[in-house]
Write a protein that binds this ligand. Sequence first.
Ligand code: HPA
Length: 231
Amino acid sequence: MTIHISAKPQDIAETVLLPGDPLRARGIAETYLEDVVCYSEVRGMLGFTGTWQGKRVSVQGTGMGMPSTAIYVHELLALGARRLIRVGTCGAYHRHLDIGSLIIAMSACTDSAINRHIFFNKDYAPTASFRLLQQAVQVATEQGLEVQVGSVLSSDAFYNSQTEHWKTWAAYGVLGVEMETAALYTLAARQQAEALTILTVSDNLVTGQLATAEERQNNFDKMAGIALQLV
Ligand code: HPA
């Protein structure tokens, strides 16, 4: 048992899918997994373990943002998880990244101070597991899905009063913004575990486009389809 996850180590699979929304965790478990057990409901942040094509896999909601995500990632690693795959959404920084585009985060920049405390105010470069990254690109290609691979910004703020700030990140090739990956990659690295973030574009900061609820669901299914092949 950990403080925020009411599970024993044997309740958690080595591979864990990490949606931000706990109801997405339930959706993935109910749609794709067999023999599902809900191992934790603490704070409504649902976690499930089941099997997919005979292989054990867990799905754990993380909440939004790095402080919340770091709590669940830390505790999952303490409970024995070895492969953590975030499935989430991002805002795109480039016109050509339409709603539903798939992004695989090779690295994560951040405007957060979360790593500054660990690294004596120096800049660490949170990086994906190359093995998972390569595998995810291969799976997507086999499924006929186009993916963009590159850097994302993990931001502490969804609403930023400096409305133009994102353009600097975009100018340096950052594909889009989300709020979790820098913490995920850093914590996984510390425990020699593997981590990867797969994202779909839910909004585009250049065009102002926003995904409909139906588009979000369809796009989520695409990501889950890739992530489960990595189990
Ligand atoms: N900003 C931050 N996080 C996000 C966004 C965004 O525009 N879209 C989806 N996650």
